[in-house]
Design a protein around this ligand. Structure first.
Ligand SMILES: [Ca+2]
Ligand SMILES: [Ca+2]
Ligand SMILES: [Ca+2]
Ligand SMILES: [Ca+2]
Length: 355
């Protein structure tokens, strides 16, 4: 009875989806069946013998044609594909190319072989926009040396061009990206004209280039005079100014000179001379006082002689100031009085840069 029951149970377990079947081996001692001979699987057909099976070969009869290629969409038709959009096929689909180097597949003037244009775009896909053309020609003026520094990714060219009210003017750039607004030395009569070009008010009795190459001014007639020099700043800037100056005041008992910058409608002092205790503003007329800076900076204990020498970078270095707002104007204002003695001012060099 037992063999009959075992046979019945095994038959049920092989036909029932729920019944668990024991791991049964009917006869462990039976000899293993003979294994088939060790032969390699048959090679798939490769009619042209190019190493690619016929069912993968783009042309099974042409050994120069093998596997399908990867093709990249060239949506803007500039011959360079979008590396993010590819497909595999034996023949390039419409609007697809074999190479994938387009940095912008929506703009045809942007690809690695494009020439850089003055269009605020990175045409040649090197990560820089308008490099080499910005500021280099009249048709592509820059707004500042700082813009050039940013675009070029390095110290800008020595000089660049900038458009102002339809005119293109040349400016020099410093390595830190600042723009040289005024680079002046009292040398000859043409230097006097360059300086005078920015004079807003001047009723000095003496105003001249001396024989030893200095700009001198004084109120020789004891009339208490004012010199107001204003340099408009039309270069885009973030309020950073650098000034190199060589200036001397002689016997300035009741005289004073200021170097200042107007930023955000406020005069900020860059350099100022001493103002003695007994210097009354009433010494000057209302017309002259109109040109005084917004507020005086006064060192009541200073000398009546002084020198500003920020041209020697090995000593003091230039005057640097980071103002709160965009600088619109640099001012140099001198109030001269020589009632008591011969007050004199001498300016040798003046360089102003903004960034
Ligand atoms: Ca393209
Ligand atoms: Ca493109
Ligand atoms: Ca570029
Ligand atoms: Ca460009």
């Amino acid at each position: 009875m037992r063999p009959a029951l075992f046979t019945l149970t095994l038959a049920a377990c092989t036909t029932s989806p729920t019944l668990e079947c024991p791991d049964v081996r009917l006869d462990d001692t039976a000899p293993p069946e003979a294994q088939p001979a060790d032969t390699a699987p048959p090679e798939p057909p490769d009619r042209d013998d190019d190493g690619v099976p016929d069912d993968e070969d783009c042309d099974p009869d042409d050994p120069t044609v093998t596997l399908p290629g990867v093709w990249y969409l060239d949506a803007d038709g500039d011959g360079h594909g979008d590396p993010r959009r590819s497909t595999t096929a034996c023949v390039a689909p419409v609007d697809h190319v074999a190479e994938a180097t387009d940095c912008d597949d929506l703009i045809a003037v942007r690809h690695p072989d494009a020439r850089e244009l003055c269009d605020d775009l990175d045409n040649d896909c090197d990560g820089l926009a308008d490099e080499g053309v910005l500021g280099a020609t009249e048709s592509c003026p820059a707004t500042s040396c700082a813009q050039l520094l940013e675009r070029e990714g390095a110290a800008p060219a020595e000089a660049y061009l900038r458009e102002m009210d339809g005119d293109v003017a040349g400016y020099a750039c410093a390595a830190d990206g600042s723009t040289v607004l005024f680079d002046w030395a009292a040398t000859d009569s043409s230097a006097l004209e360059d300086f005078e070009a920015h004079i807003a008010f001047n009723n000095m009795g003496v105003f001249r280039i001396t024989s030893d190459g200095r700009l001198e001014w004084s109120d020789q007639g004891h009339t208490r005079d004012v010199l107001a020099w204003r340099l408009p700043v039309e270069i885009e800037n973030d309020g950073a100014v650098t000034v190199e100056i060589l200036y001397q005041g002689v016997s300035m008992e009741e005289s004073m000179t200021f170097l200042h910058a107007r930023a955000g409608g406020v005069d900020e002092h860059l350099l100022c001379t001493t103002v003695l205790n007994n210097t009354p503003e009433s010494l000057w007329s209302d017309a002259e006082l109109h040109w005084r800076p917004y507020s005086y900076c006064a060192d009541q204990n200073g000398s009546i002689h002084y020198t500003w020498d920020n041209t020697d970078t090995s000593v003091d270095g230039p005057v640097h100031a980071q103002l709160e707002a965009r600088i619109d104007e640099i001012g140099f204002t001198s109030f001269m009085d020589s009632t008591n003695s011969g007050d004199q001012s001498f300016l040798d060099t003046l360089t102003v840069r903004v960034r």
